[in-house]
Design a protein around this ligand. Structure first.
Ligand code: SF4
Ligand code: FE
Length: 486
């Protein structure tokens, strides 16, 4: 098969029965609940856009395993062109959804695990890579949406996994059986967890020998016994269930990806779905390769969102009669400058990518981390400018229910109008979209998604060639040698 449509994906969600909780209630069908529908719509677009002639070239490719045409989100990159294609595809998807479409995390996990299983087998004579390739073929054939589950709750962050008072603060192996393993613990903030079909579990940090039980990487289907999902609240999420559409800002795709706490309460994993078990000395490689792939993304998807935000801000300035003021134009130009700078970063780290021993390509880790660190600043700055141009009404505007009220609706209509030829409704819709994209959860995603800023600083510290920089300076300053007199 190789490629499915968005509706096939929705049907596949209805066939599985994951244990999902939201607002204290067990959810019967994720695919049909208003809290999840925008996230499912965004993920479904990764399928449907792959069939659209104008996006096909960006969102499809050829499997290096079978030669079949597949969706980009199941592909393992085999060139710098592939890496650039991913960034362009993410920007295009971000432009269409204005939100997170969640499928990239599992995609990045596929790429990282593909390469690390190969390296482990080369060193230890294990057979993880063969199992993983079989699994990858299945994923490609079914065009399956999987999440990437890396971040553990971490408990007391001053202590490694094996010294935690509660051993479950990091996912670990509690039993080794002939035909598989049993794992316990939890993964936090997992994007797309409730609307994926399974999770690729990975370690979250570098590990030492004492932490060997925490060196576990495996695939777990969403409805595996013992697996529990607790969906996170988001800013203004009750608007999704209130019957209001305009007040949601982006009713079709939501304001942010849907994240969940995923609990592994003694989950059995068959041996063929285990891709690391005890190889603590490969945990860091896996973390770094996954993090590099995901940080590479952020100058793609977030720039697509920035295109939407800039467009909404410009359109609002027109409605409010400020679009031709020189300071507004300067600020709009600044938004574009910031967005395109992020895009440059993602394109650059992709072009500077290189082949790993398994043959697949990874973006340049230093530049990928710089990309994501810039996202933690520039997206906030763009949001600040958008809110500046929008004005205080962004925070004080009456509800669409008051606008529709027979008694007071006429006042809302009259006093929220800007230029004469545009109805108040247009202004209200733009303000709600900007509110959704610049307040609360949506912004925090740019800070902490793909790892917090300090995680990027640590990688930048490790990957910067400090000695070489020092030698360059010493050479020019003639330190350690007698100056030659001409
Ligand atoms: Fe993909 Fe992550 Fe961007 Fe969401 S935030 S669209 S998962 S790269
Ligand atoms: Fe993310």
């Amino acid at each position: 098969m190789g490629m499915i449509h968005g509706d096939d994906y929705r049907e596949s969600l209805r066939r599985v029965k994951p244990e999902v909780y939201y607002m204290g209630e067990k959810i019967d069908s994720v695919a049909d609940h208003p809290a999840f529908i925008p996230h499912i719509n965004a993920a479904a677009l990764t399928y449907d856009m792959a069939w659209a002639p104008e996006f096909e070239e960006l969102l499809t490719t050829e499997s290096h395993l079978t030669g079949e045409k597949i969706n980009l989100f199941t592909h393992v990159h085999h060139s710098t062109n592939d890496l650039v294609q991913k960034v362009k595809a993410l920007r295009a998807l971000g432009q269409q959804t204005g939100s997170c479409f969640a499928r990239c995390v599992g995609h990045d996990a596929l790429n990282a695990i593909y390469s690390v299983t190969y390296d482990m087998d080369q060193k230890n004579g294990t057979e993880y890579h063969k199992s993983f390739v079989n699994f990858l073929k299945e994923v490609q054939k079914e065009d399956r949406f999987i999440s990437g589950a890396m971040t553990d709750p971490k408990g007391d962050r001053s202590l490694p996994p094996s010294q935690q008072a509660d051993a479950d603060q990091y996912v670990h192996v509690v039993e080794r059986k002939k035909d598989g393993i049993v794992i316990r613990g939890a993964k936090a903030h997992i994007t797309g967890a409730v609307n994926a079909l399974g999770h690729l579990v990975m370690p979250t940090t570098s590990l030492k020998e004492a932490d060997a039980d925490y060196a576990v990487c495996c695939y777990v289907p969403v409805d595996a016994p013992g697996l529990v999902h607790i969906f996170g609240r988001q800013t203004n999420d009750d608007r999704k269930c209130s019957g209001c559409l305009m007040d949601q800002g982006n009713p079709e795709y939501g304001i942010v990806g849907g994240e969940a706490l995923v609990v592994f309460d003694d989950v059995f994993v068959p041996r063929e779905q285990v891709f690391m078990c005890g190889e603590y000395d490969f945990a860091f490689e896996l973390v770094e390769r996954f993090a590099t792939a995901h940080r590479q993304n952020y100058g793609g998807c977030k720039v697509g969102l920035a295109d939407v935000l800039t467009g909404a801000t410009y359109a609002l300035a027109e409605v409010q009669g400020t679009a031709t003021a020189s300071h507004i134009r300067d600020k709009l130009v600044e938004m574009v400058h910031l967005a395109e700078t992020l895009y440059c970063c993602s394109i650059a780290c992709s072009c500077q990518g290189y082949a790993l021993p398994a043959g697949n390509f990874m973006a340049d880790p230093l530049l990928a981390n710089v990309t994501k660190l810039n996202v933690t600043r520039y997206i906030y700055e763009m949001a600040r400018i958008a809110q500046d141009i929008a004005g205080g009404l962004l925070a004080t505007m009456p509800s669409e229910l008051d606008w529709g009220n027979t008694k007071v609706g006429k006042y809302v209509d009259k006093y929220l109008k800007g230029v004469t030829d545009v109805p108040a409704e247009t202004r209200m819709r733009l303000l709600r979209l900007i509110e959704g994209m610049t307040c609360g959860t949506a912004l925090a995603e740019s800070m902490h998604g793909a790892g917090s800023p300090q995680a990027q600083r640590i990688m930048i510290m490790r990957r910067s060639n400090w000695e070489r920089k020092k030698r360059l300076a010493q050479k020019l300053a003639k330190i350690g040698e007698q100056p030659k007199l001409v």
